[in-house]
Design a binder for this molecule. Structure first.
Ligand code: RB5
Length: 153
């Protein structure tokens, strides 16, 4: 799969490990930064370009990492077309794709160890959206929010 990955300083080390592992497994991994460890960098600078690439279909899925995974998730979900979630366990890593068509997985580099993160990413990449009527209906309701002006809420 062609996927994107991004991390700030809180997720840099985990990003580097996952990138190497995924590349070794034959995935095409596009790195949206950070390119080097910088303790003063900001997660939106890397997560937003990743999210835009996912929304535009330039990469199929994304993995966004910060210290907790929270900031990365908040930033990614601001981009229309992105369905991101902070993932810490295996069930949600596949169910989030199967039912909710999650296209960006967020991880906490200071929270989730690299062995578990690796399993979570594998599970995420193998999962496929079920595309049933009820799942599509719910996602259409969510997607409609992206088109509303604030006064329509
Ligand atoms: C950076 O120190 C940290 O705040 C950030 O990586 C992330 O955890 C935010 O949610």
């Amino acid at each position: 799969m062609r996927l994107g990955i991004a991390a700030d300083h809180g997720g840099f080390e985990l990003k580097e490990r996952l990138k190497e592992e995924l590349t070794d497994q034959g995935h095409e991994v596009v790195d949206f930064g950070a390119r080097e460890y910088d303790p003063k960098d900001d997660y939106p600078d890397y997560v937003v370009p990743l999210g835009r690439a996912v929304a535009a279909g330039e990469v199929e899925r994304g993995v966004a990492i910060c210290g907790s995974g929270v900031g990365a998730c908040v930033a990614a979900n601001k981009i229309p077309g992105v369905r991101a979630s902070l993932i810490t366990e295996v069930y949600s890593a596949h169910q989030g794709v199967e039912d909710d068509d999650m296209n960006v997985m967020c991880l906490g580099g200071r929270v989730t160890c690299s062995a578990l993160a690796s399993d979570l990413v594998q599970t995420f990449l193998k999962a496929r959206f079920k595309d049933g009527e009820r799942y599509r209906r719910r996602l259409d309701k969510v997607a409609r929010l992206e088109k509303l002006d604030e006064q329509d809420w």
